[in-house]
Unconditional design. Structure first.
Length: 145
C-alpha cells in the first residue's frame, strides 16, 4: 500500500468524525466539547506524526524544510494547539471554536490531498511510497496482505 493511500484513508475516517462532531457541537455542553476535543486531538496528533515522520521526512530532501512542508507542519501545530486548548476550555462558545478547528483541519487536508500527495507521487519513487506504506502499517498495527 502506498503511504499516500494510507494517509488519505485516515483523512476519510477523520472526515466522518468531523461531520459527527459538527452536528453535536451546537447542543454540546462544555464538558462534552472537552471530551470531543480530547478524542479528536489524539486521532489528529497520531495522524500528523505519521505524516511528518514518514511522508514529510521523505519529501524533505526534495523540497527542503521550508516551503510547503513548513506550512504543513505549522498547520499541524495550529490544529493540535486548537484542540488542546478546547480540552481545557471553560468558554461557553466552545462549540463554535470546535467547528473552527475542524474547518481548519478540513482546509489542511484539502491542501494535502490536492497538492502535497500528488507532489509526493511525482517526486518519490513508487517503491519508496510502498516502503513508507509498509512502515505506516507497522506503526498503526495494521496487517497488510
Amino acid at each position: 500500500m502506498l503511504v499516500t493511500a494510507a494517509l488519505l484513508g485516515e483523512h476519510g475516517a477523520l472526515y466522518a468524525q468531523f461531520d459527527h462532531l459538527e452536528r453535536l457541537a451546537a447542543e454540546a455542553t462544555i464538558d462534552d466539547i472537552r471530551a470531543y476535543a480530547g478524542v479528536l486531538a489524539a486521532a489528529v496528533a497520531t495522524h500528523a506524526r505519521l505524516e511528518d515522520d514518514l511522508l514529510f521526512a521523505a519529501l524533505e530532501p526534495e523540497l527542503g524544510p521550508a516551503g510547503p512542508l513548513l506550512q504543513m507542519r505549522r498547520e499541524h501545530d495550529e490544529i493540535e494547539a486548537g484542540l488542546e486548548c478546547l480540552v481545557h476550555t471553560a468558554d461557553p462558545a466552545a462549540g463554535n471554536a470546535l467547528r473552527d478547528v475542524i474547518r481548519l483541519a478540513r482546509a489542511h487536508f484539502a491542501k494535502e490531498e490536492g497538492v502535497l500527495f500528488p507532489m509526493a507521487a511525482g517526486l518519490l519513487a513508487h517503491t519508496t511510497l510502498e516502503r513508507l506504506g509498509a512502515e505506516w502499517a507497522v506503526r498503526r498495527g495494521v496487517l497488510l496482505a
